[in-house]
Design a protein around this ligand. Sequence first.
Ligand code: ADP
Ligand code: MG
Length: 255
Amino acid sequence: MSELLQARVAAALESLHLNTAKANLMRHLQAAQERKLSTLAVLDALLTDELTSRKERSIIVNTKLAHFPVLKTLDSFSFDAQPTIDRRMINDLQTLAFVERAEGIALLGPSGVGKTHIAIGLGMKALQAGVRVYFLSAQDLLDQIHAAQLDGIPGHKQRHLNNVPVLIVDEIGYVEFDKKAATWFFQLLCQRYERRSTIITSNKAFAEWGEIFGDPVIAGAMLDRYLHHCHVLNLKGESYRMRSRKRASGGDNAS
Ligand code: ADP
Ligand code: MG
């Protein structure tokens, strides 16, 4: 009788797509018998297993959908190697209050100082908390706009860019936007303003945005909105890549 019941429960778990619970059913029933656990404790253990595995799977899927060019974590970031970054600010940002408040984060500085690493690390934190993230470079953005012959990005893509809770636009400043692309980017920032978080990285100061976007008026309007609720981190120093190369070749005598 109990075998029949077990088979029925297993079949029900399978039909309900509770596959982890199904896989662990026997183990939990055995543990319950050995340790005289209550029915409620067995249910709790089964459902906790299922929820944990679902969360892990959704993080894996959402990490793929985020399109990070490479996976980086804040744990692997050396703050000693990057003293110009305010560690407390990063700790505050890691609480993800910025996502709740739909605030922006601007990571500015020359090449190789860790801007993209920090942006992806914060994106990973958000993903781990179940927040969806999408990463694209300014070049990707331009390619998307041009691929749509500047008529606009397909509706579903546009909605995704407008609405994804955390959008990371990397490397603003390496490519110039023409007027239509600049207007499109301005509209994207307007759509997200006070609704969603946008993280940008740039090798250029805000004063140079007029050149990047080919129009000081559009650039000014963008910055007016974007900087209204924005954490700005100015990173300085020599490129980490360059320092690694120097260390590897034994050429770094400084510290
Ligand atoms: P940026 O975006 O500012 O050009 P990246 O974030 O791409 O620089 O950093 C360049 C490389 O150096 C990456 O592989 C990154 O992981 C690494 N890196 C940069 N700064 C640090 C740091 N402080 N600690 C650990 N790795 C770093
Ligand atoms: Mg970068």
